[in-house]
Ligand binder design. Structure first.
Ligand SMILES: [Zn+2]
Length: 135
Protein backbone atom coordinates (compact mmCIF):
# COMPACT_ATOMS: atom_id res chain seq x y z
CA UNK A 1 0.00 0.00 0.00
CA UNK A 2 2.75 2.41 0.96
CA UNK A 3 4.63 1.55 -2.24
CA UNK A 4 1.67 2.55 -4.45
CA UNK A 5 1.17 5.77 -2.53
CA UNK A 6 4.81 6.64 -3.06
CA UNK A 7 4.69 5.74 -6.75
CA UNK A 8 1.60 7.85 -7.38
CA UNK A 9 3.09 10.74 -5.42
CA UNK A 10 6.32 10.51 -7.45
CA UNK A 11 4.33 10.45 -10.68
CA UNK A 12 2.32 13.52 -9.66
CA UNK A 13 5.54 15.40 -8.82
CA UNK A 14 7.06 14.32 -12.15
CA UNK A 15 4.01 15.56 -14.08
CA UNK A 16 4.06 18.85 -12.15
CA UNK A 17 7.74 19.32 -13.01
CA UNK A 18 7.05 18.35 -16.61
CA UNK A 19 4.29 20.95 -16.92
CA UNK A 20 6.39 23.58 -15.13
CA UNK A 21 9.40 23.00 -17.41
CA UNK A 22 7.17 23.06 -20.48
CA UNK A 23 5.49 26.33 -19.47
CA UNK A 24 8.85 28.00 -18.69
CA UNK A 25 10.25 27.01 -22.09
CA UNK A 26 7.14 28.04 -24.03
CA UNK A 27 6.97 31.32 -22.09
CA UNK A 28 10.49 32.02 -23.29
CA UNK A 29 9.29 31.72 -26.86
CA UNK A 30 10.43 28.19 -27.72
CA UNK A 31 8.24 25.78 -29.64
CA UNK A 32 10.01 22.79 -28.15
CA UNK A 33 8.55 19.96 -26.09
CA UNK A 34 10.23 19.98 -22.69
CA UNK A 35 7.60 18.07 -20.77
CA UNK A 36 9.55 14.81 -20.61
CA UNK A 37 12.75 16.58 -19.55
CA UNK A 38 10.88 17.97 -16.57
CA UNK A 39 9.16 14.64 -16.03
CA UNK A 40 12.39 12.67 -15.76
CA UNK A 41 14.86 15.25 -14.45
CA UNK A 42 12.62 17.37 -12.23
CA UNK A 43 14.42 20.30 -10.63
CA UNK A 44 17.43 19.98 -12.96
CA UNK A 45 15.23 20.40 -16.03
CA UNK A 46 13.52 23.42 -14.46
CA UNK A 47 16.91 25.03 -13.77
CA UNK A 48 18.11 24.31 -17.31
CA UNK A 49 14.87 25.75 -18.68
CA UNK A 50 15.28 28.87 -16.54
CA UNK A 51 18.84 29.43 -17.76
CA UNK A 52 17.79 29.24 -21.41
CA UNK A 53 18.03 32.62 -23.12
CA UNK A 54 14.73 34.25 -23.87
CA UNK A 55 13.81 34.09 -27.50
CA UNK A 56 12.02 37.07 -28.95
CA UNK A 57 9.06 35.71 -30.82
CA UNK A 58 8.13 37.70 -33.88
CA UNK A 59 4.46 38.43 -33.88
CA UNK A 60 3.21 37.39 -37.27
CA UNK A 61 0.91 40.17 -38.34
CA UNK A 62 -0.48 39.90 -41.90
CA UNK A 63 1.37 43.10 -42.83
CA UNK A 64 4.70 41.60 -41.83
CA UNK A 65 4.32 38.37 -43.78
CA UNK A 66 6.31 38.23 -46.99
CA UNK A 67 3.59 37.50 -49.60
CA UNK A 68 1.54 40.49 -48.45
CA UNK A 69 4.59 42.72 -48.55
CA UNK A 70 5.50 41.55 -52.05
CA UNK A 71 1.96 42.05 -53.32
CA UNK A 72 2.00 45.57 -51.97
CA UNK A 73 5.25 46.31 -53.82
CA UNK A 74 3.91 44.85 -57.05
CA UNK A 75 0.75 46.90 -56.77
CA UNK A 76 2.91 50.01 -56.50
CA UNK A 77 4.56 49.30 -59.88
CA UNK A 78 7.25 47.14 -58.36
CA UNK A 79 9.11 44.56 -60.41
CA UNK A 80 10.26 40.97 -59.94
CA UNK A 81 13.90 40.27 -60.76
CA UNK A 82 14.16 37.63 -63.49
CA UNK A 83 17.55 36.50 -62.20
CA UNK A 84 16.99 35.99 -58.48
CA UNK A 85 13.17 36.21 -58.25
CA UNK A 86 13.39 39.03 -55.70
CA UNK A 87 10.58 41.56 -55.59
CA UNK A 88 11.86 45.11 -55.85
CA UNK A 89 9.96 48.35 -55.32
CA UNK A 90 9.52 50.68 -58.33
CA UNK A 91 12.05 53.22 -57.01
CA UNK A 92 14.79 50.56 -56.94
CA UNK A 93 16.75 50.70 -60.20
CA UNK A 94 19.09 47.82 -59.47
CA UNK A 95 18.32 44.55 -57.75
CA UNK A 96 20.56 43.34 -54.93
CA UNK A 97 21.93 40.70 -57.34
CA UNK A 98 23.17 43.41 -59.72
CA UNK A 99 20.42 43.07 -62.29
CA UNK A 100 19.08 46.47 -63.39
CA UNK A 101 15.47 47.26 -64.15
CA UNK A 102 16.26 47.81 -67.85
CA UNK A 103 18.16 44.54 -68.12
CA UNK A 104 15.35 42.82 -66.35
CA UNK A 105 12.80 44.01 -68.90
CA UNK A 106 15.02 42.73 -71.71
CA UNK A 107 15.33 39.37 -70.02
CA UNK A 108 11.59 39.19 -69.56
CA UNK A 109 10.98 40.10 -73.22
CA UNK A 110 13.45 37.46 -74.38
CA UNK A 111 11.77 34.95 -72.11
CA UNK A 112 8.41 35.82 -73.60
CA UNK A 113 9.79 35.47 -77.12
CA UNK A 114 11.29 32.10 -76.26
CA UNK A 115 8.02 30.96 -74.79
CA UNK A 116 6.12 32.01 -77.91
CA UNK A 117 8.70 30.25 -80.09
CA UNK A 118 8.52 27.15 -77.93
CA UNK A 119 4.77 27.19 -78.30
CA UNK A 120 5.12 27.56 -82.08
CA UNK A 121 7.53 24.66 -82.41
CA UNK A 122 5.31 22.60 -80.19
CA UNK A 123 2.36 23.37 -82.41
CA UNK A 124 4.21 22.58 -85.64
CA UNK A 125 5.62 19.38 -84.23
CA UNK A 126 2.15 18.49 -83.08
CA UNK A 127 0.92 19.15 -86.58
CA UNK A 128 3.68 17.00 -87.99
CA UNK A 129 2.64 14.21 -85.66
CA UNK A 130 -0.87 14.65 -86.88
CA UNK A 131 0.24 14.32 -90.51
CA UNK A 132 2.49 11.41 -89.69
CA UNK A 133 -0.44 9.74 -88.05
CA UNK A 134 -2.51 10.17 -91.19
CA UNK A 135 0.17 8.72 -93.44
ZN1 LIG B 1 17.94 40.07 -58.61
Amino acid sequence: MFFWMELIFTLIIAVVFGCATQSIVSNKGYDENWFWWGFFFGVIAVIVALTKPERTRFTQSPEASAPYYENKILKNNGWVCAKCQKTNPHYTGTCSCGNTKGENEQILQQKEKKEIEAEKTQRTSGLRHYHAGRI
